[in-house]
Design a protein. Sequence first.
Length: 99
Amino acid sequence: MADRARDPAAIERDIEQTREELARSIDELADRLSPKHAAQRGMAKVKEEAGLVAEDIGTLVRREKQDRMRSPLTGPVLIGAGLVVTTLALRMMLRRRRR
């Protein structure tokens, strides 16, 4: 009953405010439902997930590398592999010189 006592200008202001709020709501809904924006949000999510996966893989690789470096056999194995490669390279060079 209090609405009947209000003046017409106040009612018009309320109507205009309601229209503006409704227009904003419609614009937000149109933006959310837009295929272009949905695709952009999807790509952003995929990029974010890919970044997290890459970060996790990097962490695993670093851990694996640290674990290998801590191994007591790492030094001798690398030295032995270096000697084998050097020996093979020298043999190949000598064989080519003989020919």
